[in-house]
Design a protein around this ligand. Structure first.
Ligand code: ADP
Ligand code: MG
Length: 266
C-alpha cells in the first residue's frame, strides 16, 4: 500500500476558548489533488496553516513525507521545520513574490538560498519553470508590471523551484479577475496532470469537481463529507454537501446526461 505524502490524524486547533479544528483526519497520496470546500469560517485556512506549521496545532499528528511535522503536542523545530517548509509550498491569495526582484530572480533566488543551487543552474531551472507557468516572455519584468494572475503564476513557479512534495493553495484565485483566474486554474490543472500533489481550498467549485480526485467538505472544524467528485455530486447523504452543491452547481440541459455544470461560488 502507498504511504500518503501528508497524513493528518485527529488534528485539533484551539484559539482561546474556540475550538476551530475538532479532530480532522486526512490522507493525501502522492499525485493526488484534494479540494477542500466548505462555508466560510469552517477551519479550512487553519487546517492548511497547521500542515506547514504557520499555526501550531493544539493536538494531533501530522506527517509530511517521512517526517513528523507535529506529534505528541510538539511541532518540528530547527532543521526539521526548515525541511518541512521546503517540502510543502503554500500559495495564498495575496502577494507571494518579492517586489524588488525581477520575475526570473524571484524564482531563482529560493534555489540559491535554500538549496544552495549554483546561480547559473538556478536561472536555467527558473526559466524552465517560467515556461511551465506560461510566463517565459515576462522573465525580466518586475512584479509591478504584472497582472494579479501573472503574479500568482510567478509565485507558483517560486514554490515549484524548491521541488516540494506537495503544494497547498488557500483560495489562490479569490482576488483575481475572471480571465486571470482561468489562467491560474489552467496552470494548476497542468500541474495536476504532471502528477503534482496538491491540496486546494477554493471557491472555484467547477474547477474542484473537474480536477480533484477527492473532495473534502469541512464545516465547524470537522470533515463532514468526503469522496470522489462523482460520489459527492450523485449521492451524498450529507445535508451540508447537498445544500452546498445545490447553491453552487447549476444544472445545464446542454451538458451530457444532465451532468451538473459547476459554477463559481459566492
Ligand atoms: N488567529 C486567529 N485567532 C483567533 N481566531 C481565529 C484565528 N484564525 C482563525 N480564527 C477563527 O477560526 C475559525 C476558522 O477560520 P478559518 O480557518 O480562517 O476558516 P475558513 O478558512 O474555512 O474560512 C473562524 O471562526 C476564525 O474566526
Ligand atoms: Mg480561509
Amino acid at each position: 500500500m502507498k504511504t500518503p505524502v501528508i497524513e493528518i490524524r485527529d488534528l485539533h486547533k484551539t484559539y482561546g476558548k474556540s475550538e476551530v479544528l475538532r479532530g480532522v483526519d486526512l490522507s493525501i497520496n502522492s499525485g493526488e489533488v484534494m479540494a477542500i470546500l466548505g462555508r466560510s469560517g469552517g477551519g479550512k485556512s487553519t487546517l492548511l496553516r497547521c500542515i506547514n506549521l504557520l499555526e501550531t496545532p493544539t493536538a494531533g499528528d501530522i506527517r509530511v513525507g517521512e517526517h513528523l511535522a507535529f506529534s505528541g503536542g510538539k511541532p518540528a523545530t530547527g532543521k526539521n521545520l526548515v525541511r518541512l517548509r521546503r517540502s510543502v509550498g503554500m500559495l495564498f491569495q495575496g502577494l507571494n513574490v518579492f517586489p524588488h526582484l525581477s520575475v526570473v530572480e524571484n524564482v531563482a533566488l529560493p534555489m540559491v538560498r535554500s538549496l544552495g543551487t549554483d546561480e547559473s543552474v538556478a536561472v536555467k531551472t527558473a526559466l524552465d519553470l517560467l515556461d511551465k507557468v506560461k510566463l517565459t516572455e515576462k522573465a525580466l519584468a518586475m512584479p509591478s508590471q504584472l497582472s494579479g494572475g501573472q503574479l500568482q503564476r510567478v509565485a507558483l513557479a517560486r514554490a515549484l523551484a524548491l521541488n516540494p512534495l506537495a503544494l497547498l493553495f488557500d483560495e489562490p484565485t479569490s482576488a483575481l479577475d475572471p480571465e486571470s483566474t482561468l489562467e491560474v486554474l489552467q496552470v494548476m490543472k497542468d500541474l495536476s496532470a504532471d502528477g503534482m500533489t496538491m491540496v486546494i481550498v477554493t471557491h472555484e467549485i467547477g474547477f474542484a469537481f473537474d480536477v480533484a480526485k477527492t473532495i473534502v467538505m469541512i464545516d465547524e472544524g470537522i470533515v463532514v463529507d468526503s469522496g470522489s467528485p462523482a460520489q459527492l455530486a450523485s449521492n451524498s447523504q450529507h445535508d451540508l454537501t447537498k445544500r452546498f452543491l445545490r447553491e453552487h452547481l447549476q444544472f445545464d440541459s446542454s451538458s451530457p446526461a444532465g451532468q451538473p455544470r459547476p459554477t463559481r461560488s459566492r
